[in-house]
Design a protein around this ligand. Structure first.
Ligand SMILES: [Zn+2]
Length: 369
């Protein structure tokens, strides 16, 4: 099962799985897989992301770190709408799909060098990386903004990660996390190609749960782009392997405050607010390092983007909770995007939509009944 880690800009191939950016030009790396998806190669008795382990060849079966990630329920919500309940992953969000293969692939290598991993995130990704490091017996240092608090931060600390508080901007936090120090291996979820590649399993699961058919539409909340890029790559793999006939229409859902991708897709100029004050507080990437890659890949698969207003997020959140689905407001952005499209007749009756509900409402500190 052949694969290459390739620079998304200059095409340089990296042979070191620990690289998080191109050693030649510094741009983001991308995982390229050169084998077909075959349904007969699935581990059918394994109800986790590892039922697809053969399609993640950089992870050795004997080194898999498990917390019960993946194979989350796909629940029919109405005639045409299905929810993929990613909040039911071990740490409460879809990020476990990235952390599990990332940590599984690297933990032995890093332990052998007596090293530790570093990540910058005060949210779901930080919690997820910290949990998988804990399970692997690997030290993790999580860099967070100085002002951070709330349930996700508590979660990171309880997993036993060392927390480093950094004052200044969010990019300063990333800079500190990436700064070279002896024994430190940066596995930042936004840049590290293995994290993003792990998200492919979500496309496989949705397709298998639909009976090896793709839904007509897939709605996702988009901030840094790991979810979007991983899901696009998974569906592309299924199309190239002739498992499905064509791509579902992938719809990137963004808030009016954090919508650089939406603006680029619609050829509009984007000026982010100086401070963010949305209830969708997990969506913060006003200047995502993967923006060019997102634009390129989303256009390539003829995807779409939609932007929702604060009021629409509240309405979607309340409707979901009122029907028993208690998600993060940031996750409700995907459903808000769908509602907007349905209202504007951009989705027709009889067309299936899978909406990815990315994270659990219990981790939310910003909304009051
Ligand atoms: Zn390069």
């Amino acid at each position: 099962m052949k694969y290459d880690v390739e620079c998304s800009s200059c095409g340089h191939r990296s042979s070191n799985l620990l690289d998080f950016r191109c050693p030649s030009c510094g741009m983001p790396l991308d995982m390229k897989i050169h084998f077909d998806f075959e349904t007969k190669r699935i581990s059918k008795k394994d109800f986790s992301v590892w039922r697809y382990s053969r399609f993640f060849p950089y992870v050795k079966a004997s080194e898999i770190v498990r917390l019960g990630e993946g194979w989350t329920p796909l629940v029919r919500f109405s005639e045409d709408v299905y929810f993929k309940l990613e909040s039911l992953n071990p740490t409460g969000s879809f990020k476990d799909r990235g952390s599990a293969p990332l940590v599984s692939a690297l933990h032995k290598m890093i332990k052998k060098r007596r090293g530790y991993i570093s990540e910058d995130s005060s949210g779901n990704a930080g919690a997820s990386i910290a949990a998988y490091a804990a399970r692997a017996g690997l030290r993790a240092k999580i860099y967070v903004p100085e002002t951070v608090s709330g349930p996700k931060f508590s979660q990171i600390q309880f997993y036993g990660a060392d927390v480093v508080k950094v004052s200044g901007s969010r990019s300063k936090v990333a800079e500190e996390a990436q700064k070279h120090e002896p024994g430190k291996y940066y596995v930042g979820h936004i840049l590290h190609p293995l994290f993003r590649d792990g998200i492919r399993s979500l496309a496989y699961e949705i397709t298998e749960q639909f009976g090896w058919k793709a839904p007509d539409y897939v709605y996702l909340p988009v901030s840094a782009g790991t979810l979007l890029l991983g899901v696009v790559s998974g569906f592309q793999h299924l199309v190239c392997s002739n498992v499905i006939e064509s791509m579902p229409r992938i719809v990137a859902c963004q808030t009016n405050q954090v919508s650089p991708l939406y603006h680029r897709m619609k050829n509009l100029s984007y000026k982010p607010p100086t401070t963010l004050a949305s209830v969708a507080d997990a969506l913060v990437s006003v200047d995502p390092p993967l923006l060019e890659l997102m634009v390129k890949n989303l256009k390539e698969v003829e995807g779409d983007a939609v932007m929702v207003e604060e009021e629409e997020i509240h309405e979607a959140f309340r409707e979901l909770a009122g029907r028993g689905f208690y998600v993060e407001p940031s996750s409700a952005v995907a459903y808000a995007g769908y509602r907007k499209h349905a209202k504007n007749k951009e989705v027709s009756i009889g067309e299936n939509a899978a909406i990815v509900l990315t994270g659990a409402g219990l981790k939310t500190a910003t909304i009051r009944p």
